[in-house]
Design a protein around this ligand. Structure first.
Ligand SMILES: C[S@@+](CC[C@H](N)C(=O)[O-])C[C@H]1O[C@@H](n2cnc3c(N)ncnc32)[C@H](O)[C@@H]1O
Length: 205
């Protein structure tokens, strides 16, 4: 099964609240984003946003230039439905982050929770990084949450790359300067513990 089929099947067969990565609100992401002090119109992108409520919360906080990208049409449709009329205030992109064409130096914020760790091959990581460097403005921020070394080796039944801080910094490259980080234990709806490494980077070049 290819990646897209996998994710379409996941979102077709399980209610959002039963998905392993589900959290009612992405509190850390939301708090860190607010603390960046971005303007309401600052373009941001939630990469692999899935059905998460981050977009709902960002709209509620007054942000007005949000893009949500995901490989799964089903996931994006479910969020649009949830948002109703407010969905028109958001840009929706269905695509694979390793190949989708994004605008150059456009975003002031790139958010990724639990997506980058699925790229276990160097070539996928390289393509992700190329898109990140293309689309994120110099001076923009990257907030990324990946599985930490203590986390299980799989997520959603797929193998993942787990990171400590040094490995994540090395993989992202010297254009990214660490601003803050912490580890966060996530408990899945099924009761399993997963340790995340959450980082905020400044794109310095
Ligand atoms: C573990 S879920 C995390 C969802 C969301 N970020 C959250 O924290 O609730 C991973 C998400 O990444 C999406 N995804 C997986 N591979 C992708 C790719 N190559 N390009 C874009 N999205 C992808 C999946 O459809 C899924 O919604």
């Amino acid at each position: 099964m290819n990646q897209k089929d996998h994710w379409e099947q996941v979102y077709s067969t399980k209610p959002t609240e039963k998905l392993g990565w589900y959290k009612p609100h992405l509190q850390t992401s939301l708090r860190w984003i607010k603390e960046l002090g971005l303007a309401a119109e600052a373009p941001s992108i939630d990469v692999g946003g899935g059905a998460s409520t981050l977009v709902d919360d960002l709209l509620g906080a007054g942000y007005r230039s949000i893009t949500v990208l995901d490989i799964s049409e089903k996931a994006l449709c479910s969020v649009r439905e949830r948002l109703g009329k407010k969905a028109n205030m958001v840009t929706w992109l269905e695509g694979d982050i390793t190949s989708v064409v994004l605008p150059s130096h456009h975003y002031e914020l790139w958010h990724d929770r639990a997506v980058f760790h699925f790229f276990t091959e160097l070539d996928q990581q390289r393509k992700y990084r190329e898109n990140l460097l293309k689309a994120l403005k110099p001076g923009g921020h990257l907030i990324i949450g990946t599985f930490a070394l203590e986390a299980p080796p799989k997520c959603s039944g797929l193998p993942v790359e787990r990171y400590n801080l040094e490995q994540l910094e090395d993989t992202l490259g010297t254009e990214f300067e660490l601003v803050r980080h912490h580890k966060e234990k996530h408990v899945t709806p099924g009761g399993l513990e997963q340790m995340y490494l959450y980082c905020c980077f400044l794109r310095n070049a």
